[in-house]
Write a protein that binds this ligand. Structure first.
Ligand code: NAD
Length: 381
């Protein structure tokens, strides 16, 4: 099989789906790799780096589409890219099939197979292919770096000859993959870190990372906001009120707030209200990782950084993984390489698209001329 990676066409996207290291490992599966010239440039990977890893560099995306059996990319394909797919060809990328239904149908009509990295089931066996988690991990880390960069003081407390500096206080709202990564980055920079989640089972993880879990004044049995599969459900109005009351109490004392709260297939819950922003000290920073889904803070402007009248910076960027393109390309290309490993059971260069395999089935959204989304629930958890 020939695996081909094209340059991302989405404005400002710096990631790439193949690295020299992943290429070497894909070759060990009996495959060959081709890449579009310049595809890795924004992630600090030169064409020569690819050539040195045995990858053939082609001049255009059209040449890659013509040469490859399986195409790899990061962002969902454009219409023009889908229209270059041919019968029997496979494309692996993030896809978000619910948002991109027409594109999915178009690919099915062309007889192409689509593998959506965002649909890889979140079961233990598939963790190595879980690109949502790898990207959320980077976003959480980078959110803290972005906050620190916009905050005029140290993160850690210091006592020096020039005076005593208090540590920054950081509140992380939502302790999923991105939230836990943010907690890790915040505590390692020396900030006093607090975290809240509607799923009480994460309290232990939060505390083991050196942060303090924020408990609400609420009946314990009513506090559980967990739904199935480790995700959150919508909170009851009473619970939400208790949560907002706690945040109102914390707002004047927090220097940095990182919000990451999401509920699958819904707009992000609004948790950091304008009066909380107004209660924060000048110079405080909010980084809203839920900006793409409408934001956890009402004042967030997607893809922008704003400063409020009372001097609070609110960052609504949605491209944190792309801002660390070398790191994220590395992890994403590794996720894809693991998927290709599962598609090559004999390591003989032959792809076996086994629709009986939970992980392959879950991620495959079109196959052999039909739409195969949504998949049945995985058999093994
Ligand atoms: P997510 O991005 O959907 O949500 C982020 C966090 O926001 C979640 O922790 C959620 O509980 C929280 N949240 C939702 N509403 C909230 C509110 N009102 N207030 C505060 N917090 C709120 O979640 P995710 O990061 O993708 O992960 C969710 C779960 O899935 C985690 O438990 C994670 O460990 C689990 N997971 C498991 C695997 C696996 O392979 N087993 C892989 C990845 C994730």
């Amino acid at each position: 099989m020939k695996f081909g990676v094209i340059k991302e066409t989405y404005d400002g996207e710096a990631r790439v789906a193949l690295t020299p290291d992943s290429a070497e490992r894909i070759v060990k599966l009996g495959h060959t790799c081709v890449v579009e010239a310049g595809a890795g440039a924004a992630a600090d990977i030169s064409d020569d780096d690819y050539r040195n890893a045995g990858v053939e560099v082609l001049n255009s995306a059209a040449e890659v589409f013509a040469a490859a059996d399986v195409i790899g990319k990061v962002r969902p394909p454009s219409e023009a890219e889908v229209d270059q797919l041919r019968e029997g060809q496979t494309l692996i990328s993030f896809f978000y099939p619910v948002q991109n239904e027409d594109l999915m149908k178009r690919a099915a009509e062309r007889g192409a197979t689509l593998v959506a990295m965002d649909m890889v089931p979140r079961i233990s066996r598939a963790q190595k292919m879980d690109a949502l988690s790898s990207m959320a991990n980077i976003a959480g880390y980078r959110a803290v770096i972005e906050a620190a960069n916009n905050f005029g003081r140290f993160m850690t407390g210091q006592v020096t000859a020039a005076g005593k500096v208090p540590p920054a206080k950081i509140l992380v709202v939502g302790a999923g993959v991105a939230g836990l990564a943010a907690i890790g980055a915040a505590t390692s920079l020396g900030a006093v870190t607090y975290a809240f989640d509607v799923r009480p089972e994460v309290a232990e993880q939060v505390e083991s990372m050196g942060a303090e879990f924020v408990y609400l004044d609420f009946e314990e049995e009513q506090q559980d906001g967990a739904a199935t599969g480790g995700y959150a459900s919508v909170s009851s109005p009473e619970f939400r009120e208790a949560q907002l009351a706690k945040f109102r109490e914390l707002a004047p004392d927090m220097d940095i707030v990182i919000t990451t709260a999401l509920i699958p297939n819904r707009e992000a819950p609004e948790l950091w209200t304008p009066d909380m922003v107004a209660a924060m000290k000048p110079g405080s920073v909010i980084v809203d990782l839920a900006a793409e889904k409408g934001g956890n803070c009402k004042l967030t402007v997607m893809d922008e950084k704003i400063v409020t009248d009372n001097g609070v910076t609110i960052v609504g960027y949605t491209d944190f993984p792309s801002r660390m393109a070398k790191q994220s390309s590395n992890l994403y290309a590794t996720n894809i390489r693991h998927f290709l490993t599962d598609l090559t059971p004999e390591k003989d260069g032959q792809i076996v698209h086994d629709m009986e395999d939970d992980v392959i089935r879950g991620a495959t959204i079109t196959h052999e001329g039909g739409v195969t989304f949504p998949p049945p629930p995985p058999k093994i958890q």
